[in-house]
Design a binder for this molecule. Structure first.
Ligand SMILES: Cc1cc2nc3c(=O)[nH]c(=O)nc-3n(C[C@H](O)[C@H](O)[C@H](O)COP(=O)(O)OP(=O)(O)OC[C@H]3O[C@@H](n4cnc5c(N)ncnc54)[C@H](O)[C@@H]3O)c2cc1C
Length: 336
């Protein structure tokens, strides 16, 4: 049944643990409920949220917040090599990963333990340990807010790239995602080259889907804060990508600087390393700081407002720019 609440507190709906009140909160559990609600037109300010793990509320939200509670994982088709799974946008992301691993279907294992829900995986093109969700997404089903029409975006329509999709660009704010379809492999191709993943998997007995999932969870637990304990939105900034000559010049000055060549010839730098070099792990701020084990993660030390976090982030960006000449961009979705 559709739930409609007024003056809804969003504190438990964002992993940063920021207080903000939505004028209206609407939760639907199937397409029909949403279509019926939108029927007749909708012209309020709008925000769609999933698990709220990549959001920063700076003010109360003077509009309507939608949340999909569409559940279900449907096996659409299978052959000897792969399965096609159509998944409700309100399914918890890590529960999906756990289920696919238990079925022996490969593809999502490196993306274990990422907070959030299925709908956002297509918006954010979630990624970790050398894998991105967009590689596996074949179809995204949406309902357009303006006229309550149903739309289908096939893989190539989604324009996936690093933490990016068409839903963050030309189609931003226009659609509510209802289902996402993934193609997963019955003969898993493991991607273990990133960081110490291979080493951890070997320690666990070698490459199986279950071992990769276990290794990823162990590595993540050691360096990322659990949202139930410390408020954050994961990586607050994106890793900057710079032209090779810029990276070379920085390497001359800072030989220990991590750098990763990309397919385009540019070089990806570690935002966490740059932030740490600017001394932010020793930040004196009372309410906001960076996580001790990973400086890329901005944390709510307790009682922070969205404005506190934004001001802190601006100071971090300024210091990195001054020291390295590199511009950091926020990964988190700021809701002003
Ligand atoms: C501790 C921690 C670790 C993290 N690690 C990673 C990581 O390794 N890799 C990574 O990529 N991210 C990571 N994140 C960020 C976050 O988990 C992902 O971005 C995730 O996909 C967000 O999902 P969500 O459901 O919480 O979306 P939300 O934060 O609620 O929303 C994110 C965006 O998606 C839109 N959206 C959500 N649902 C829908 C829908 N149904 N229809 C239309 N638009 C929608 C929202 O409007 C917003 O623009 C981490 C976050 C935390 C807190």
């Amino acid at each position: 049944m559709l739930k409609h609440s007024k003056k809804y507190q969003l504190l438990s709906r964002n992993t940063f643990g920021i207080e903000a009140v939505a004028e209206n909160f609407v939760e639907f559990s199937n397409e029909e409920e949403l279509l019926a609600f939108l029927d007749g037109g909708f012209d309020d300010k709008l925000l769609v949220i999933g698990g709220g793990s990549n959001l920063l509320f700076v003010n109360d939200f003077h509009g309507t917040v939608f949340h999909s509670a569409i559940k279900g994982v449907e096996l659409v088709s299978e052959d000897n090599e792969s399965v096609l799974l159509r998944v409700g946008s309100g399914v918890n992301w890590d529960e999906l990963v756990e289920y696919t691993v238990s079925q022996g279907w490969g593809g999502l294992e490196n993306l274990s333990a990422i907070p959030g829900e299925v709908g956002a995986s297509a918006v954010q093109n979630v990624g970790a340990y050398g894998r991105e969700a967009g590689e596996l997404i074949t179809k995204v089903e949406t309902i357009a807010i303006a006229d309550a029409s149903k739309h289908i975006f096939l893989h190539d329509d989604c324009d996936f790239s690093y933490r990016h999709s068409i839903f963050k660009a030309a189609e931003k704010g226009k659609h509510i995602i209802t289902y996402v379809t993934y193609r997963l492999s019955k003969q898993p191709q493991f991607k273990l080259a990133y960081g110490n993943l291979n080493e951890k998997v070997e320690e666990l007995g070698g490459a199986t889907l279950a071992n990769v999932r276990k290794a990823v969870c162990m590595i993540r637990n050691a360096k990322l804060p659990a949202p139930s304990e410390i408020g954050s939105a994961g990586s607050f900034f994106m890793n900057p990508v710079v032209p090779a000559p810029v990276a070379d010049a920085l390497k001359q000055r800072y030989p220990s600087m991590p750098s990763y060549p990309t397919a385009s010839g540019d070089v990806k730098l570690s935002a966490g390393w740059l932030i740490e070099q600017c001394g932010w792990k020793q930040s004196p701020h009372e309410h906001v700081g960076v996580y001790q084990h990973q400086a890329l993660v901005v944390i709510n030390r307790g009682g922070a407002t969205g404005r506190d976090v934004l001001d802190f982030a601006a100071a971090v960006v300024k210091s990195v720019k001054e020291k390295f000449g590199v511009e950091l961009c926020m990964e988190v979705n700021v809701i002003a």
